[in-house]
Design a protein around this ligand. Structure first.
Ligand code: NAI
Ligand code: A1CAB
Length: 269
């Protein structure tokens, strides 16, 4: 099965690197990009093929992944419509905010389309990816999509109505997590650690905490709030820090970040 990626920026690089590392055949991957530089660079790095234009890619591939920015998606679909309008190829869209109805309309035909929201942690096989099926796509198309995305992390088939919140919690949140680590690390620097030491300490604490949340939820349904109670000794340092952060609006701030991302998602459609 030949997979073509239109666009070779941050997200496509993450998926291609992660998928090839997980064993996807690089020889079956085709890439294009607007600058004519990032596709050949990525193809050279992983052993895939860079093609000169999107129509050639759409002719060649069985699965076409739209990896361009949301505002460019409609033009790209229009450009490749002659190659996909017979409905034999699967189109996968990564675009934030572009709903299935608008994607379907842009193809002006009954092309099978699956909408996907991955995150950049795909590069290390740790994406959290949402998948929703378009009206012309079958369960077989969903399975084909899952097969690619499972190679770079966890997948959930979700109702398309939940894409904006999924996008905030899974697509955007890596950037917020990186920011949180950077903020903690800077506080560590303020207390005498080097930035490198502080980043390594906080990142490992975040990694362990995330794994603990997943493991404990699976084992006995423990929630993050239950885990907090295990760390906060009465009269201790953790509860002092936690209350100080909450009094300064930590929970409100995180909720506002999610609300802003969901609102912006609605504007992209
Ligand atoms: N970066 C992220 O963490 C995530 C991004 N996404 C989605 O992935 C898509 C791509 O985002 P990024 O990789 O961050 O953007 P990017 O700006 O890093 O990459 C965009 C790529 O598209 C290429 N491009 C633009 N117009 C083109 C055209 N007409 N034909 C061929 N190539 C063209 C550019 O040359 C570039 O390689 C977006 O729709 C975004 O919503 C989804 C989840 C997470
Ligand atoms: O910021 C963006 O629009 C994309 C979607 C999710 C993560 N990055």
């Amino acid at each position: 099965m030949k997979i073509g990626f239109i666009g070779a920026g941050n997200m496509v690089r993450a998926i291609v690197r992660g998928a090839v590392a997980a064993g996807l055949e690089a020889n079956e991957i085709y890439l294009t990009d607007k600058s004519g530089k990032s596709a050949p660079a990525l193809a050279g790095e992983v052993g895939a093929h860079a093609l000169a234009d999107n129509r050639e890619l759409a002719q060649t591939a069985d699965i076409i992944v739209l990896g361009v920015k949301p505002h460019a998606v409609a033009d790209v679909l229009k450009e490749i419509t002659p190659e996909i309008s017979d409905g034999t190829k699967l189109v996968i869209s990564l675009a934030a905010g572009k709903n299935l109805a608008s994607l379907q309309q842009a193809t002006e035909s009954n092309v099978p389309i699956v909408r996907v929201m991955p995150n950049v942690n795909a590069a290390i096989g740790e994406s959290m990816t949402g998948i929703a099926r378009g009206s012309a796509a079958s369960s077989k198309h969903v399975e084909m999509t899952k097969k690619i995305m499972v190679s770079v992390g966890r997948c959930l088939v979700i109702d398309e109505a939940h894409f904006p919140i999924f996008s905030a919690l899974a697509g955007c949140s890596p950037a917020w997590m990186y920011q949180i680590v950077d903020d903690f690390a800077r506080a560590g620097v303020n207390h005498g650690l080097t930035k490198q030491q502080a980043v390594a300490i906080v990142a490992q604490a975040m990694l362990g905490s995330a794994q603990m949340i997943l493991d404990e939820a699976a084992a006995d349904g423990a929630t993050p709030a239950n885990l907090i109670d295990r760390v906060t000794s009465p009269g201790g340092t953790t509860i002092a820090g936690l209350l100080a952060a909450q009094q300064s609006g930590l929970s409100t701030v995180l909720g506002l970040a999610v609300d802003a991302a969901v609102a912006r998602d609605g504007e992209l459609g």
